[in-house]
Design a protein around this ligand. Structure first.
Ligand code: TEU
Ligand code: CA
Length: 558
């Protein structure tokens, strides 16, 4: 029942808390999203991915779910969600929701029961292990947000596993009761009319059952990958989920798999394996990791980026790729991969061009289409995200200077992505009339939707054109990818080719003018300019060109 409609789709990620507030409590909500559907339809997107809106104590901003069947009242009601679905579908926009089933909140009734006794109905819904003989945790796994991945509960005289915050206990997927309970919940939402799921850390749901210590080579906060990532039964579980639920609906499924290489990715996405449609890999997200993982003052290298993205384009030809620069966990793309000062507009358009002409389903994170950059918060006290706050403690314990800490938090905090969406340039950006749950970006006066819609050269209209190209030229969907030059120090160029058409994509990552020679193999036919991020680029593909700072060109031949 799945005709692969998602191969032609562009997905827009809405972070509900920060998108649009309709009842002036400073928190974005479902009615706010409904009011902005025309804006999204005008951009041309086909699918909205909603971050979690289920009831939650918000320890991890909704990735700690206390009831999978209840909408968190701060976002509105089930009727509001039904109205959003109806109005989005009327506009031809589908809605996918976040499926967070590696763990629940510790406030979920299942966990409250489970922690009470070893014999209750939910005793084995989570991962409980006896202490070692010396009373220590069962192994040396660290939690993503710091500290041990094990928390002791006196009532059971056991530890439970939490790969994330201790308020996020991991579910026991070995227990068939857990799996059937999750599948029942999934059917509920699909029957309500949602169009699929983004699956949170889905590659972690199967753990090695002997829970081995991790080697010292892995970073402490992610050393659980050794025993919990791409685990022994993950594909069995996902195939079962597919057969029991997903294959009965024309749904889009994208798995978040933070530690999965391109070979492993095929096991998740090859259609004949009947698991998922696509996954989010992180190989390009890890190019600027350093001693403290993401929180490092390290800049990516374009040559590494080109190698990684080309590997995924080539390897996943039998599967399917997602294409993204950022999301609610990552800093803003134009800061991380472009130039968020002098060439903010040009480099934001260049990044959009490079990604959207590749093979796969593109994901636009809210504000990316405005060229939003990291927020220059003045004080560390303005940050709210649990990952950032725990990292500040870790860095201080490691003796790092306040300047270093401010620098890496500015560069990599997840809050960079979570500041309220700027609808206009007024003091509260048209987001709310109340006090926003997270401070506004000081950029909103210059960077906002009103400004973008009024400026025909805005990043917004460039994204709109990229989406139009995807719908107009089949080669953008089905063309094979060929890297043009694997050694140029500044320019990333590739082609997409099918039997009838070819596009040639040329993107400069330099803030200087650079020379670029177009390979002679491309001149069997003339090629004409489809889109540039500058005015007066050559209409016909020349044999050599001086590319202006962050110049991005798309040529077409048929
Ligand atoms: O993130 C998964 C994950 O691996 C995170 O550690 C992510 O890589 C990190 O934040 C990047 O700095 C998912 C959700 O997207 C995230 O918001 C949640 O905090 C996490 O799972 C737990 O549910
Ligand atoms: Ca609100």
């Amino acid at each position: 029942m799945n005709n692969g409609w998602w191969k032609k789709s562009v997905v827009y990620q809405v972070y509900p808390q920060s998108f649009k507030d309709s009842n002036e409590d400073g928190i974005g909500d479902l009615k706010g999203i409904i009011s902005k559907l025309p804006y999204l339809a005008n951009l041309g997107i086909d699918v909205i991915w909603l971050n979690p809106i289920y009831s939650s104590p918000l320890i991890d901003n909704g990735y700690d779910i206390a009831d999978y069947y209840q909408i968190n009242p701060i976002y509105g009601t089930l009727d509001d969600l039904k109205e959003l679905l109806e109005k989005a579908h009327q506009l031809g926009i589908k809605i996918i929701m976040d499926l967070v089933v590696n763990h629940t909140s510790d406030q979920h009734q299942w966990f409250k029961d489970s922690r009470q006794s070893r014999s209750g109905k939910y005793a084995d819904f989570y991962i409980w292990k006896d202490p070692k003989s010396n009373g220590n945790p069962p192994n040396n796994w660290g939690s993503t947000f710091g500290g041990s991945a094990w928390e002791y509960v006196p009532e059971r005289k056991q530890y439970y596993l939490h790969l994330f915050a201790k308020q996020q206990p991991d579910l026991n997927w070995e227990n068939p009761e857990v799996r059937t309970t999750i599948y029942k919940m999934m059917r509920y939402w699909l029957e309500l009319g949602i169009d699929g799921f983004r699956m949170d850390v889905i590659s972690l749901i199967s753990k090695k059952q002997h829970y081995p210590d991790a080697p010292g080579t892995l970073p402490y906060t992610k050393n659980y990958y050794f025993g919990a990532s791409n685990g022994p039964r993950v594909h069995e579980f996902l195939h079962e989920m597919n057969q029991q639920v997903l294959s009965h609906y024309p749904s889009l499924t994208v798995g978040e798999t933070a530690n999965t290489n391109s070979d492993q990715a095929l096991l998740y996405t090859e259609p004949k394996r009947q698991e998922l449609n696509m996954i989010f890999h992180f190989d390009h997200m890890h190019l600027d990791y350093g001693r403290f993982g993401k929180f490092s003052d390290v800049r990516f290298k374009m040559s590494d980026l080109r190698q990684v993205l080309s590997e995924w384009q080539t390897k996943l030809d039998k599967g399917w790729n997602s294409l993204y620069w950022s999301n609610h966990d990552q800093p803003r793309a134009v800061t991380r991969f472009g130039d968020d000062q002098k060439y903010r507009i040009e480099s934001a358009k260049m990044l959009g061009t490079l990604l959207h002409m590749m093979k796969g389903t593109p994901y636009i994170f809210q504000g990316e289409e405005l060229g939003m950059r990291n927020v220059p918060f003045k004080s560390l006290t303005q940050y709210q995200d649990i990952e950032t706050l725990n990292m500040i403690k870790t860095l201080r314990k490691a003796g790092m200077s306040e300047n270093y800490i401010k620098r890496v938090v500015f560069l990599k905090s997840r809050d960079n992505a979570r500041t309220p969406m700027p609808w206009n340039g007024t003091a509260k950006a048209g987001f709310t009339s109340g006090k926003p749950w997270l401070d506004f970006s000081p950029d909103n006066k210059e960077i906002n939707v009103v400004q973008a819609l009024a400026d025909k050269n805005s990043v917004y209209y460039h994204y709109q054109k990229l989406i139009t190209l995807r719908k107009k030229y089949p080669v953008v969907i089905d063309g094979s990818y060929t890297l043009l030059d694997s050694s140029d120090s500044a320019v990333y160029s590739y082609t997409r080719t099918n039997n009838e058409e070819k596009i040639i994509v040329i993107c400069s990552f330099s803030k200087f003018n650079v020379n670029f020679n177009i390979p002679s193999t491309l001149f069997e036919k003339d090629s004409y300019l489809l889109l540039s991020n500058y005015s007066n680029s050559p209409e016909k593909l020349p044999s050599k060109i001086v590319l202006r700072p962050y110049e991005a060109l798309i040529y077409y031949q048929n």
